[in-house]
Design a protein around this ligand. Structure first.
Ligand SMILES: [Zn+2]
Length: 233
Protein backbone atom coordinates (compact mmCIF):
# COMPACT_ATOMS: atom_id res chain seq x y z
CA UNK A 1 0.00 0.00 0.00
CA UNK A 2 1.22 3.45 -0.81
CA UNK A 3 2.43 5.67 1.98
CA UNK A 4 -0.39 7.64 3.56
CA UNK A 5 -0.68 11.37 2.84
CA UNK A 6 -0.14 12.04 6.53
CA UNK A 7 3.21 10.31 6.50
CA UNK A 8 4.25 12.00 3.27
CA UNK A 9 3.30 15.32 4.72
CA UNK A 10 5.42 14.61 7.78
CA UNK A 11 8.35 13.67 5.58
CA UNK A 12 7.95 16.88 3.62
CA UNK A 13 7.73 18.84 6.86
CA UNK A 14 11.02 17.25 7.93
CA UNK A 15 12.66 18.42 4.70
CA UNK A 16 11.41 21.98 4.97
CA UNK A 17 12.38 22.08 8.66
CA UNK A 18 15.89 20.92 7.77
CA UNK A 19 16.16 23.69 5.16
CA UNK A 20 14.94 26.19 7.68
CA UNK A 21 17.48 24.99 10.27
CA UNK A 22 20.29 25.35 7.74
CA UNK A 23 19.22 28.88 6.91
CA UNK A 24 18.84 29.77 10.59
CA UNK A 25 22.40 28.56 11.21
CA UNK A 26 23.59 30.78 8.38
CA UNK A 27 21.80 33.79 9.81
CA UNK A 28 23.03 33.05 13.32
CA UNK A 29 26.62 32.88 12.14
CA UNK A 30 26.47 36.50 11.00
CA UNK A 31 26.16 39.55 13.21
CA UNK A 32 22.58 40.69 13.57
CA UNK A 33 23.24 43.61 11.26
CA UNK A 34 24.54 41.21 8.63
CA UNK A 35 22.09 38.37 9.24
CA UNK A 36 19.67 39.31 6.50
CA UNK A 37 22.37 39.89 3.89
CA UNK A 38 24.08 36.65 4.80
CA UNK A 39 20.80 34.80 4.61
CA UNK A 40 19.89 36.24 1.22
CA UNK A 41 23.33 35.42 -0.10
CA UNK A 42 23.17 31.76 0.86
CA UNK A 43 19.55 31.32 -0.14
CA UNK A 44 20.41 30.25 -3.71
CA UNK A 45 22.87 27.68 -2.32
CA UNK A 46 20.75 26.19 0.41
CA UNK A 47 17.31 26.12 -1.15
CA UNK A 48 18.01 24.03 -4.32
CA UNK A 49 19.11 20.78 -2.62
CA UNK A 50 16.04 20.89 -0.39
CA UNK A 51 13.87 21.65 -3.37
CA UNK A 52 15.22 18.48 -4.95
CA UNK A 53 14.74 16.48 -1.75
CA UNK A 54 11.09 17.57 -1.62
CA UNK A 55 10.76 16.79 -5.31
CA UNK A 56 12.18 13.31 -4.78
CA UNK A 57 9.70 12.65 -1.99
CA UNK A 58 6.93 13.59 -4.38
CA UNK A 59 8.36 11.41 -7.12
CA UNK A 60 8.59 8.38 -4.85
CA UNK A 61 5.04 8.81 -3.67
CA UNK A 62 3.85 9.38 -7.20
CA UNK A 63 5.44 6.10 -8.17
CA UNK A 64 3.86 4.21 -5.32
CA UNK A 65 0.38 5.41 -6.07
CA UNK A 66 0.87 4.89 -9.78
CA UNK A 67 1.97 1.32 -9.22
CA UNK A 68 -1.18 0.61 -7.21
CA UNK A 69 -3.32 1.70 -10.13
CA UNK A 70 -2.01 -1.10 -12.32
CA UNK A 71 -0.91 1.32 -15.05
CA UNK A 72 -0.94 0.19 -18.64
CA UNK A 73 2.09 2.20 -19.60
CA UNK A 74 5.51 2.65 -18.15
CA UNK A 75 6.35 6.06 -16.79
CA UNK A 76 9.26 7.33 -14.76
CA UNK A 77 8.34 10.47 -12.78
CA UNK A 78 10.95 13.09 -12.26
CA UNK A 79 11.55 16.10 -10.10
CA UNK A 80 9.98 19.00 -11.95
CA UNK A 81 11.03 22.60 -12.02
CA UNK A 82 14.00 24.56 -10.75
CA UNK A 83 14.15 26.34 -7.46
CA UNK A 84 14.11 30.07 -7.79
CA UNK A 85 15.04 32.33 -4.91
CA UNK A 86 14.87 35.60 -6.86
CA UNK A 87 11.27 36.11 -5.88
CA UNK A 88 12.17 35.72 -2.21
CA UNK A 89 14.72 38.48 -2.60
CA UNK A 90 12.14 40.68 -4.26
CA UNK A 91 9.56 40.05 -1.55
CA UNK A 92 12.07 40.72 1.20
CA UNK A 93 13.25 43.90 -0.49
CA UNK A 94 9.64 45.04 -0.56
CA UNK A 95 9.22 44.22 3.13
CA UNK A 96 12.49 45.90 3.93
CA UNK A 97 11.29 49.12 2.34
CA UNK A 98 8.12 49.11 4.45
CA UNK A 99 10.11 48.41 7.60
CA UNK A 100 12.41 51.32 6.83
CA UNK A 101 9.43 53.56 6.21
CA UNK A 102 8.03 52.54 9.57
CA UNK A 103 11.30 53.30 11.34
CA UNK A 104 11.35 56.69 9.64
CA UNK A 105 7.80 57.31 10.76
CA UNK A 106 8.66 56.48 14.36
CA UNK A 107 11.74 58.64 14.16
CA UNK A 108 9.59 61.49 12.85
CA UNK A 109 7.26 61.05 15.81
CA UNK A 110 10.19 61.39 18.20
CA UNK A 111 11.41 64.45 16.33
CA UNK A 112 7.94 66.01 16.44
CA UNK A 113 7.57 65.30 20.14
CA UNK A 114 10.99 66.74 20.89
CA UNK A 115 10.07 69.92 19.05
CA UNK A 116 6.77 70.11 20.88
CA UNK A 117 8.54 69.86 24.22
CA UNK A 118 11.14 72.39 23.10
CA UNK A 119 8.37 74.86 22.24
CA UNK A 120 6.88 74.36 25.66
CA UNK A 121 10.23 75.05 27.25
CA UNK A 122 10.71 78.19 25.17
CA UNK A 123 7.29 79.44 26.20
CA UNK A 124 8.30 78.90 29.81
CA UNK A 125 10.88 81.65 29.37
CA UNK A 126 8.06 84.10 28.69
CA UNK A 127 5.83 82.87 31.47
CA UNK A 128 8.47 82.68 34.16
CA UNK A 129 9.65 86.15 33.27
CA UNK A 130 6.16 87.56 33.71
CA UNK A 131 5.37 85.65 36.88
CA UNK A 132 8.81 86.11 38.42
CA UNK A 133 8.85 89.83 37.83
CA UNK A 134 5.41 90.37 39.31
CA UNK A 135 6.77 88.81 42.47
CA UNK A 136 9.59 91.31 42.73
CA UNK A 137 7.88 94.42 41.37
CA UNK A 138 6.16 96.34 44.15
CA UNK A 139 3.63 97.78 41.74
CA UNK A 140 2.62 94.41 40.46
CA UNK A 141 -0.20 92.63 42.23
CA UNK A 142 0.23 89.33 40.45
CA UNK A 143 -0.45 87.77 37.11
CA UNK A 144 -3.36 86.36 35.18
CA UNK A 145 -3.63 83.64 32.63
CA UNK A 146 -4.37 84.36 28.99
CA UNK A 147 -5.83 81.24 27.42
CA UNK A 148 -6.74 80.68 23.82
CA UNK A 149 -10.40 79.90 23.16
CA UNK A 150 -9.30 76.42 22.12
CA UNK A 151 -7.54 75.73 25.41
CA UNK A 152 -8.62 72.91 27.69
CA UNK A 153 -11.20 73.11 30.48
CA UNK A 154 -8.51 73.45 33.09
CA UNK A 155 -6.79 76.39 31.43
CA UNK A 156 -10.07 78.14 30.55
CA UNK A 157 -11.12 77.89 34.19
CA UNK A 158 -7.83 79.34 35.41
CA UNK A 159 -8.09 82.19 32.93
CA UNK A 160 -11.75 82.93 33.65
CA UNK A 161 -12.64 86.58 34.40
CA UNK A 162 -9.01 87.61 34.05
CA UNK A 163 -8.52 86.34 37.58
CA UNK A 164 -5.42 87.68 39.23
CA UNK A 165 -3.17 85.23 41.04
CA UNK A 166 -1.43 87.24 43.69
CA UNK A 167 -0.41 84.58 46.16
CA UNK A 168 3.12 83.27 45.97
CA UNK A 169 1.79 79.75 46.20
CA UNK A 170 0.07 79.93 42.84
CA UNK A 171 2.07 78.22 40.12
CA UNK A 172 1.54 78.49 36.43
CA UNK A 173 0.70 74.95 35.43
CA UNK A 174 1.21 74.71 31.68
CA UNK A 175 -0.01 72.17 29.17
CA UNK A 176 2.06 71.46 26.13
CA UNK A 177 -0.75 72.14 23.69
CA UNK A 178 -2.75 74.94 25.31
CA UNK A 179 -0.18 77.70 24.72
CA UNK A 180 -1.41 79.83 27.58
CA UNK A 181 0.44 83.04 28.33
CA UNK A 182 0.83 85.02 31.52
CA UNK A 183 -0.14 88.67 31.78
CA UNK A 184 1.31 90.92 34.47
CA UNK A 185 -1.23 92.76 36.58
CA UNK A 186 -0.58 96.08 38.32
CA UNK A 187 -2.13 97.86 41.21
CA UNK A 188 -3.09 100.87 39.11
CA UNK A 189 -3.99 98.94 35.97
CA UNK A 190 -7.25 97.40 34.84
CA UNK A 191 -7.35 93.86 36.06
CA UNK A 192 -9.75 91.13 36.95
CA UNK A 193 -10.80 90.02 40.42
CA UNK A 194 -8.62 88.05 42.76
CA UNK A 195 -8.57 84.40 41.78
CA UNK A 196 -11.34 82.30 43.30
CA UNK A 197 -10.77 79.43 45.69
CA UNK A 198 -11.22 76.93 42.90
CA UNK A 199 -8.73 78.78 40.74
CA UNK A 200 -6.22 78.89 43.56
CA UNK A 201 -6.66 75.26 44.45
CA UNK A 202 -6.17 74.26 40.82
CA UNK A 203 -3.02 76.30 40.53
CA UNK A 204 -1.44 75.22 43.79
CA UNK A 205 1.27 72.60 44.10
CA UNK A 206 0.37 68.98 44.38
CA UNK A 207 -1.26 67.93 47.61
CA UNK A 208 1.00 66.30 50.18
CA UNK A 209 -0.49 62.83 49.89
CA UNK A 210 -1.63 60.86 46.89
CA UNK A 211 -5.04 60.44 48.46
CA UNK A 212 -5.44 64.16 49.01
CA UNK A 213 -4.32 64.83 45.44
CA UNK A 214 -6.76 62.26 44.09
CA UNK A 215 -9.61 63.82 46.05
CA UNK A 216 -8.63 67.25 44.79
CA UNK A 217 -8.46 66.02 41.20
CA UNK A 218 -11.88 64.48 41.50
CA UNK A 219 -13.49 67.66 42.82
CA UNK A 220 -11.75 69.69 40.15
CA UNK A 221 -12.81 67.28 37.44
CA UNK A 222 -16.46 67.55 38.51
CA UNK A 223 -16.23 71.32 38.54
CA UNK A 224 -14.62 71.48 35.11
CA UNK A 225 -17.09 69.08 33.56
CA UNK A 226 -19.96 71.11 34.96
CA UNK A 227 -18.71 74.55 33.98
CA UNK A 228 -16.79 73.82 30.79
CA UNK A 229 -18.61 70.89 29.21
CA UNK A 230 -17.62 71.82 25.67
CA UNK A 231 -13.91 72.48 26.16
CA UNK A 232 -11.39 69.69 25.54
CA UNK A 233 -9.66 67.92 28.39
ZN1 LIG B 1 -4.61 73.36 29.20
Amino acid sequence: MATSPEVVREELAAVTAAASADLAAQAAAASSAQALDSLLETLPLIVPPYYDAAGLLAVAWYDEIREESAPLTAYVPDVIGDPSTDWIEREIAKLQRSVEADIEEQMQRLVDETMRLAEKEVARGFRESIVGNTRQDEDAIGWSRVARPSACKFCLMLAAKGAVFSKETAIFAAHTDCHCAARPEFRGGTHGPEASVVQYVASSRRAKTEAAQAARNERLRAYLNQHYPDAPG
